[in-house]
Design a protein around this ligand. Structure first.
Ligand SMILES: Cc1cc2nc3c(=O)[nH]c(=O)nc-3n(C[C@H](O)[C@H](O)[C@H](O)COP(=O)(O)OP(=O)(O)OC[C@H]3O[C@@H](n4cnc5c(N)ncnc54)[C@H](O)[C@@H]3O)c2cc1C
Ligand SMILES: *[C@@H]1O[C@H](CO)[C@@H](O)[C@H](O)[C@H]1NC(C)=O
Ligand SMILES: *[C@@H]1O[C@H](CO)[C@@H](O)[C@H](O)[C@H]1NC(C)=O
Ligand SMILES: *[C@@H]1O[C@H](CO)[C@@H](O)[C@H](O)[C@H]1NC(C)=O
Ligand SMILES: *[C@@H]1O[C@H](CO)[C@@H](O)[C@H](O)[C@H]1NC(C)=O
Ligand SMILES: *[C@@H]1O[C@H](CO)[C@@H](O)[C@H](O)[C@H]1NC(C)=O
Length: 495
């Protein structure tokens, strides 16, 4: 095997100026790009440049200051322990924590359901329903007879079975509870609709075992980037990744048409050349721009995967309160939003308010007791992102008042912030998911991540969460994909 690659190398070394000092361009300074650059630098491939469109590095890892806290607008939790590279890097440094409340010895969630008329659903009505959400996804692993159906179909069947066993639940609540379950599930998967998500695809991407939502205490997920670049824990060991990163460099063309170096053009008209390009921009960016970006067009296999895979939509709203109004004495309080059918119908066609149907749940952020976070999923989220600041704030306060005003003595937040992942053209969504089409046509992460080869040499490679067959959608998948593509080049040159 080694010999073969060596021979190939000899053959093509006349075409490329391969002398063991290749020039590598990485497009995108998110976790995949930073992981790839760090790995290359650690292995003696030093001629590396990261070109990043935004005015900051980190990608979908992004922090914000709100009140006295620094918190995450993008990735927030380390999902799982075993097999999770983020956990493997951060846990030994003591940086991660489970959501254990003072007085508890393990994470206990107190899930409450509030409807759009401000009523808190009685405990006995929803008993077991929130926990059941976790089972729906978890149980799939053991299902050998799962067919090529959608996750939505599977989920609704499970929910109907659950209702059938609980005749005491008012049938009027069946639809609203099903909608609510759909949103919670789509918050995990990232899709707008569960009918588009492949049940088999979800099953075949099992979560890393262990605790599912490790938090970074007072820190943010950005610490993982510092660890990757070796700025943390010992700043003296820092790899020069950031020195090799150029911000505000939006790439508009990747030209690999001719023999010789790949030519990369940025929106400001600069041209950069490299022996190898690693492209890490999101699936959303690829979907929107791949035909314009690549010259020549990408191979059929990559193109089919770009079209077949799904790019999800998610959003967060953050509210900072000097005096929190929610129940903070006991276990983790999680508020679920439930629209009554009438209220749902009234909102569905409202061009300013339909986004509210994406309200999934609200909760206090770990280690940030004055910070209330609302998670949103589903369609219409761009609508929220496009509202004027003033209208957005008014509508957010209207929501809080509507769902919690009757049951709590509300206080005023001093700051409200929202995310903009779906309208930002450098992201165009939140994270990828397996669709019916990607699973049945076998056009998934592996196909998306297949490098474009020339003479046996990868000239254009793809990294990023959407290219990771097992841990797509998540930071640890993005890191693994960056390492994968760095290793591909390292192996090429270190025979
Ligand atoms: C709201 C939200 C919450 C999330 N929560 C979690 C969580 O709790 N846990 C978890 O594990 N994951 C979470 N994720 C997912 C996680 O953030 C992503 O999986 C991960 O950041 C993907 O990394 P990446 O390097 O593949 O892509 P990105 O982070 O998107 O990085 C790609 C980079 O490419 C840049 N770029 C795009 N186009 C161009 C161009 N034309 N030229 C140059 N540069 C370009 C982008 O600006 C970006 O910096 C969340 C995501 C969102 C949006
Ligand atoms: C990196 O590669 C480019 C293009 O081959 C070359 O001009 C430049 O001198 C190299 N830089 C270093 C630090 O080796
Ligand atoms: C799913 O569909 C594909 C393509 O039609 C088929 O090859 C595969 O056997 C199906 N799998 C199941 C479990 O039905
Ligand atoms: C980055 O460049 C600056 C200026 O040349 C230098 O002082 C610094 O040490 C570099 N950082 C790293 C981590 O190499
Ligand atoms: C928001 O609410 C304030 C106070 O009620 C009001 O003065 C303002 O006009 C509202 N803005 C919008 C855009 O609705
Ligand atoms: C709200 O405040 C009033 C007056 O202090 C108090 O009587 C009442 O119990 C409070 N309600 C809640 C839900 O905390």
């Amino acid at each position: 095997m080694k010999c073969l690659v060596f021979l190939l190398l000899l053959c093509v070394s006349t075409i490329f100026s391969i002398d063991g000092n290749p020039k590598v361009i990485i497009i995108g300074a998110g976790p995949a790009g930073i992981a790839a650059a760090s790995r290359l630098l650690q292995n003696g491939i030093n001629n590396v440049t990261i070109l990043e469109a935004e005015d900051r590095y980190g990608g979908r890892i992004k922090k914000t200051k709100i009140g006295e806290y620094i918190t995450d607008l993008g990735a927030q939790w380390v999902h799982g322990e075993v097999g999770n590279v983020a956990n493997q890097l951060a846990a030994p440094l003591g940086l991660l924590s489970k959501s254990v409340r003072p007085g508890d010895t393990e994470p206990i969630y107190d899930v409450m359901v509030f409807d759009s008329s401000g009523t808190k659903l009685p405990e006995e009505v929803i008993r077991g329903f929130p926990e059941f959400g976790g089972e729906i996804k978890g149980d799939m692993i053991g299902l050998d007879d799962l067919k090529n159906g959608s996750f939505g179909e599977y989920m609704r069947k499970r929910v109907d079975d659950w209702f059938a066993k609980r005749p005491e639940i008012d049938p009027k609540l069946h639809k609203p509870l099903t909608h609510s379950m759909e949103l919670v599930m789509m918050a995990i998967v990232g899709a707008e609709s569960s009918d588009d998500v492949s049940a088999l695809g979800v099953k075949n991407a099992p979560a890393c075992p262990g605790f599912g939502d490790l938090n970074w205490k007072e820190r943010t997920y950005g610490t993982i980037l510092d660890i990757l670049m070796k700025r943390y824990p010992n700043p003296e060991e820092e790899l020069p990744v950031l020195n090799k990163t150029m911000l505000n460099k939006k790439i508009t063309k990747v030209n690999y048409a001719e023999e010789g170096p790949v030519r990369v053009t940025s929106a400001d008209g600069e041209e950069y050349t490299a022996d190898h390009v690693i492209f890490t921009a999101s699936l959303g960016v690829l979907k929107a721009d791949h035909e314009k970006l690549f010259e020549p067009q990408l191979p059929e296999k990559n193109k089919k995967a770009i079209e077949a895979l799904g790019m999800g939509k998610s959003a967060k709203i953050l509210l900072y309160y000097e005096n929190p109004w929610w129940e903070s004495g006991g276990h983790w309080a999680i508020h679920t939003f439930l629209w009554t059918e009438d209220d749902r119908k009234a909102l569905e066609n409202d061009p300013e308010r339909a986004w509210m149907l994406g309200l999934t749940y609200g909760f206090e952020v770990e280690y940030k007791p004055k910070l209330y976070q609302i998670w949103l999923s589903g369609p219409h989220l761009e609508q929220m992102e496009r509202l004027s600041e003033d209208l957005f704030k008014n509508q957010t306060l209207e929501i809080i008042q509507r769902f919690f005003g009757k049951t709590h003595n509300l206080t005023e937040p001093t700051e409200i912030q929202r995310t903009s992942w779906n309208t930002n053209e450098n992201f165009r969504g939140s994270y990828s998911y397996p669709t019916m089409q990607s699973v049945t046509t076998v056009s998934g992460p592996a196909e998306l991540g297949e490098p474009v080869m020339r003479g046996g040499i990868p000239v254009l490679s793809f990294a990023g969460e959407a290219t990771e067959p097992k841990y797509f959608a998540m930071v640890h998948g993005a890191i693994a994909s960056g390492w994968r593509e760095a290793d591909r080049l390292i192996n090429l040159y270190q025979q």
